[in-house]
Design a protein around this ligand. Structure first.
Ligand code: PMT
Length: 427
């Protein structure tokens, strides 16, 4: 029986904007993946499908193309670049192999890469799920059991199988898990709980400093990086306050959203929540200067040159880091040169716990464009580590939403390490 939209996931869980790649292998349960596709889309996910050759003999790619509204990828589908597996591997937040045949499970366990599906899985850092579906004897075979264990050991999540009447007429274990259970498990997988109950403040976007009633000094920040971090922290269980400068983006699902315009307004908003904040992440591109005397009327075009006197804004990040009840403080460094050295300097000078550096020099190649106003970024992270001095990690080019999830995992871990060290030192 089909349930209506919204009935499939427990309250508070959505798959909004998640990139889900479904891998369909040869088995009669392939028809159930049509329902899985539809339900994932209803839950807000962006879905792509890849099929093995055997799967196309059970259900046609056209069925999935119609349901997902996207081309379906299989071994003979057009791939002029020969890089489709890399593209799909990077695109996915999660990969679900459903149904997963005994043959594909064996290949995945061995790390084989002999078709688009297995190659993509091998090349992807996404969360991975498999929903076995096969005859009960095949399921209980020691090789199949051992392959599943290998996959679990490699961090794949096993979904099912369920028990019941099988297509072959036998009754037993080996049916593909119900679609609603697969959906719930995948939605749950995005909720790590790593920041459960903690209060986290994120600043995002640019600030606008008024020149007169119609003009301002701004910058190229879109808010994407900060919104992605706020969203990932919310998924990790934090109570998130997102303080944002002007942005065209729809705010993500967070506990509290405060819209501001200028650096002074952002500072005021930050200090209204900072005493009750465990982690502060400063992603905003805050203007370093503001206009000293804002004109009350629109400035007329009467002179050949116009001089504006600017005055320095407070550094909000430094002020937070030097606050008496300071939270765990994470800054960003937007750099166009000497990225690593400049970031390290900011870590020390601003008295931060962690700094995340990104290259914001102009890049005209859309494929590799990162930093301001792009979907993508690449990050160098440095943090102070009580026992070992300074530590670092590099995150290669990826979508900002994927980087945000990885950053939140790292920040949660470092926050807990710091807390434990503090408890040890004060015991
Ligand atoms: O919004 P997007 O289009 O997705 O782009 C993301 C981004 C490039 C803006 C983001 O990843 C980023 O790098 N943000 C920091 C931008 C910045 O202002 O960097 P900065 O090196 O000038 O400042 C260092 C740190 O001090 C930042 O954490 C900044 O928020 C903070 N700062 C700066 C000035 C000021 N007056 N107050 C501050 O708190």
């Amino acid at each position: 029986m089909n349930k209506g939209k919204g009935d499939m996931l427990p309250a508070g869980q959505t798959l909004n904007r998640k990139h889900i790649l479904i891998g369909i292998t040869g088995g009669i349960a392939a028809y159930k993946s049509a329902d899985l596709t539809r339900r994932l889309i209803e839950a807000g996910a962006d879905v792509r499908i890849m099929m093995t050759q055997a799967a196309t003999e059970f259900v046609t790619p056209l069925t999935f193309q119609a349901l997902s509204g996207q081309p379906v990828f299989f071994d003979n589908s057009d791939d002029s670049s020969g890089m489709k597996h890399i593209e799909l591997a990077r695109w996915a937040d999660a990969i679900i192999i459903a149904p997963a045949s005994a043959n594909t499970l064996a290949k995945l366990a061995q790390g084989r890469a002999d078709n688009l599906l297995t190659t993509t899985c091998l090349a992807s850092e996404a969360s991975k799920y498999f929903a076995p579906a096969m005859n009960r004897v095949m399921w209980h075979d020691l090789s199949t059991q051992s392959n599943c264990k290998t996959l679990r050991d490699k961090n794949w999540a096993q979904l099912g199988p369920a028990s019941g009447l099988q297509a072959c007429g036998e009754t037993g274990e080996g049916r593909m898990l119900e679609v609603s259970d697969i959906l719930t498990a995948v939605a749950q997988g995005f909720k790590s709980g790593a920041l459960q109950g903690l209060n986290l403040t994120v600043t995002a976007g640019p600030t606008f400093e008024a020149i007169d009633p119609v003009r301002f000094i701004g910058n190229r920040s879109s808010g994407r990086m900060g919104y992605a971090i706020a969203s990932a922290a919310h998924e990790a269980g934090a109570n998130v306050t997102l303080i944002s400068g002007p942005s065209h983006l729809t705010p993500p699902d967070v506990t509290s959203f405060i819209a501001v315009e200028s650096a002074a307004e952002m500072q005021h908003a930050v200090f209204s929540v900072i005493d009750n904040c465990h982690i502060y992440i400063s992603t905003a591109a805050v203007s370093d200067y503001r206009v000293k005397n804002i004109a009350t009327q629109k400035i007329k075009k009467t002179q050949d040159t116009l001089t504006l006197e600017l005055t320095r804004n407070d550094d909000i990040l430094s002020a937070v880091a030097n606050h008496k009840n300071r939270p765990y403080v994470v800054g960003f460094a937007a750099e166009t040169e000497n990225i690593i050295d400049n970031a390290r300097q900011k870590l020390v000078q601003k008295n931060l716990d962690m700094i995340i550096a990104n290259d914001v020099s102009t890049n005209t190649d859309e494929q590799t464009d990162i930093g301001f106003n792009s979907e993508y970024n690449a990050l160098h992270v440095f943090w102070t580590d009580g026992e070992q001095g300074e530590a670092e990690q590099h995150f290669d080019i990826a979508r900002k939403s994927q980087l945000a999830t990885r950053l939140i995992t790292l920040i949660a871990r470092q926050y807990k390490t710091r807390k434990n060290q503090h408890a040890k030192n004060t015991a």
